[in-house]
Write a new protein. Structure first.
Length: 71
């Protein structure tokens, strides 16, 4: 049995009160995942910008690179 099928079976057997909590939790997980993906995309964009700046202005120090990334 795959995870989705098992989850659907569990959902069928719980009370409406629990279903509300399950729905809230699933929505939280989706939001968290989307936020993490957006953060990763921003980090990648920042890294690309720092690399382009280094190409245009010469070498940059690791400390400056980390500062640009906010690390």
């Amino acid at each position: 049995m795959d995870t989705k099928t098992a989850l659907l079976q569990e959902i069928e057997s719980v009370s409406d009160e629990l279903l509300t909590q399950v729905l809230d939790f699933v929505q939280f997980l989706k939001y968290k995942h989307e936020t993490e993906q957006q953060d990763l995309q921003q980090d990648l964009a920042d890294a690309h910008a720092a690399i382009e700046e280094a190409k245009q202005h010469g070498t940059t120090s690791l400390a400056d690179f980390k500062q640009e990334l906010g690390v």
